[in-house]
Design a binder for this molecule. Structure first.
Ligand SMILES: NC(=O)c1ccc[n+]([C@@H]2O[C@H](COP(=O)([O-])OP(=O)(O)OC[C@H]3O[C@@H](n4cnc5c(N)ncnc54)[C@H](O)[C@@H]3O)[C@@H](O)[C@H]2O)c1
Length: 365
């Protein structure tokens, strides 16, 4: 039986992971530490019982230390972060503070409780990172492996890269039993509406422009959040301390194709359920027009990486991980989740708009 502490568990991937863990390991105790920033949402956990949500900041080292001791935590899974690339361009300091200082605060609390006390307590510190730490692939480059050099392009990816280095350093210096998983672009239910798929679904439903950066041909690998959760589970249970594992979806697509697939999925949903037109009267699909008519090309963002792809051979060989979800099916299911959960996203949309001078064109980070 494990005693889990999940940081950022009220956000998109963290809440999906809490749900996954609850169902997979019902006997384990799960505590979530989340500051409930604009991206954190209690309602993401509303269907889960037996989980304690502690509202607090990962930068509060004393709080984390207290939690680790009082709850006898042996497994810390670290999702909490500022996670949106566009926001990192307008507010880089917050990204350094949360992602670098915050990760260091967790590592330091873990070192004090798990290492410095000398109890020899078995433990695992698992850190969630991003393929963006590697920067951009050129057209004929092979996919990024765990040995690829770090070349972050944005303040977001630089802060995640810094956090990864700190995790590795705490393993090498203090023998902290740490693992890192590097994932590609996640999609699925409960994703905050600033990210590509929910942003475009919601704009399509509200008849607002679908702004596409540059030529729309930036390529991303898409990973269903359920596959990601399985991959993290495997890295925690089977991964070797000190190692990094790539967890990808194996479904590389240019942004434009993803946008077109979202539009087609909305159009199809309206065609097969005419009552949608009453719920979303501003949608072009409510008037028999294609959602793609809302597509608008806008100037590219600074430092926009062209192409990401992950080589997941190591995770396949050592963890038995491979993605199971097909993108076409997963996307339709995800679009339907947003169609059926307007109560969830309506209040958040306003929240995204007021929380900073940020525009939200296609930005998969
Ligand atoms: N979403 C993706 O496609 C993607 C891809 C690669 C890597 N990642 C990484 O996965 C992790 C989770 O991403 P996500 O998309 O779920 O992010 P998210 O923005 O949806 O959620 C982040 C959560 O962290 C919490 N948080 C922020 N600052 C905090 C602080 N100081 N203390 C405590 N909690 C805090 C927020 O309240 C929120 O609940 C992040 O580390 C991110 O870098 C995400």
């Amino acid at each position: 039986m494990a005693e889990l502490l999940i940081t950022g568990g009220a956000g998109f991937i963290g809440s999906n992971f809490a749900r996954y863990w609850r169902h997979s390991y019902p006997a384990d105790r799960v505590t979530i530490l989340d500051a409930l920033s604009y991206a954190g949402n209690r309602s993401n956990l509303a269907d889960l019982s037996g989980i304690d949500l502690i509202v607090g900041d990962i930068r509060d080292t004393a709080l984390v230390e207290r939690l680790l001791r009082a709850r006898e935590i042996d497994t810390l899974v670290h999702f909490a972060a500022e996670s949106h690339v566009d926001r990192s361009i307008s507010h880089p300091d917050l990204f350094v503070s949360t992602n670098v200082v915050g990760t260091h605060s967790l590592l330091e609390a873990a070192r004090r409780v798990w290492i410095a006390d000398g109890t020899g307590q078995p433990h695992r510190f698992h850190h969630i990172s991003t393929d963006e730490v590697f920067g951009s692939l050129r057209p004929h480059d092979p996919p990024f492996s765990e040995r690829s050099p770090y070349r972050p392009s944005s303040p977001y990816s630089a802060s995640k890269a810094s956090a990864d280095h700190l995790v590795q350093a705490y393993h090498r210096t203090y023998d902290l039993q740490a693992t890192i998983s590097i994932c590609s672009n996640n999609y699925g239910p409960h994703q905050f509406p600033e990210k590509l798929i929910p942003f475009f679904v919601i704009n399509g439903l509200e008849g607002r422009p679908l702004p596409i950066y540059g030529d729309g041909l930036n390529v991303r690998d898409w990973l269903h959040v359920e596959d990601h959760c399985r991959g993290i589970d495997a890295a925690i249970c089977l991964g070797r301390a000190g190692e990094t594992y790539n967890i990808g979806g194996g479904q590389k697509l240019p942004n434009l194709l993803v946008v077109d697939a979202i539009c087609a999925s909305i159009d199809q949903a309206f065609a097969s359920a005419p009552q949608m037109a009453q719920r979303f009267p501003k949608a072009p699909a409510a008037h028999g027009l294609p959602s793609a008519s809302l597509r608008t090309f806008v100037p590219d963002r600074p430092g926009h990486d062209r192409h990401y792809a992950l080589d997941c051979t190591k995770a396949e060989a050592e963890l038995g991980y491979s993605a199971r979800r097909d993108f076409a099916d997963g996307l339709v299911e995800t679009v339907h989740w947003y169609l059926n959960n307007a109560d969830w996203w309506l209040p958040l949309r306003g929240c995204a708009e007021v929380s900073g001078p940020v525009t939200f064109p296609v930005s998969p980070g």
